[in-house]
Design a protein. Structure first.
Length: 169
């Protein structure tokens, strides 16, 4: 979060929401997760204990740890960090979605849209662009890296998921 090149799409959203509501970033993350779960109803996604733990755990941990990391001074290290983050988010999402065990709220929407016939990479990109633009409208910090994250995570999921997809079809 501290790369000084802009937040990721959901970071922009959570920061903007926390500013609007006057809450911590972590509480905004929890509120968002619970609201996004309501989108699971029309998509017929199954909420698991893992989904609920994901929401609560991330919100709490983010509030405890977010100020404990230093930002590298050198620009190339910050750019490298963003590039690695984009890859790890795309690959990591593919692995845990492909395991078919549980998903977090946003990825449940992505999977639900995939089940409705939208390519998973396109679904993820739509979700990320929505988060980025909505967060920006609420006052979240957008920087150079923000649109790259919004536009690249979905295609990475689209490319990697077929190699690690063990979900029942």
């Amino acid at each position: 979060m501290n790369c000084k090149l802009g937040l990721g799409p959901w970071g922009v959203f959570h920061e903007g929401l926390s500013k609007r509501l006057g809450t911590t970033y972590g509480l905004a993350l929890i509120i968002t997760g619970l609201v996004v779960l309501s989108l699971w109803i029309p998509l017929k996604q199954k909420v698991t204990i893992g989904t609920v733990i994901c929401i609560l755990w991330l919100g709490i941990v983010v509030d405890i740890t977010m100020d404990n990391f230093e930002t590298p001074e050198k620009l190339y290290l910050r750019i490298l960090g963003v590039a690695i983050a984009i890859l790890l988010i795309g690959i990591g999402t593919s692995i845990y979605v492909g395991a078919g065990i549980s998903t977090g709220p946003r990825d449940g929407v992505m999977v639900g849209l995939e089940e409705k016939g939208i390519k998973i990479g396109v679904a993820r990109t739509i979700i990320e662009v929505f988060a980025l633009s909505s967060g920006w409208l609420m006052g979240g910090t957008v920087g150079y890296a923000s649109p790259f994250m919004a536009l690249l995570i979905g295609p990475i999921v689209q490319i990697v998921l077929p190699y690690v997809d063990f979900r029942k079809k």
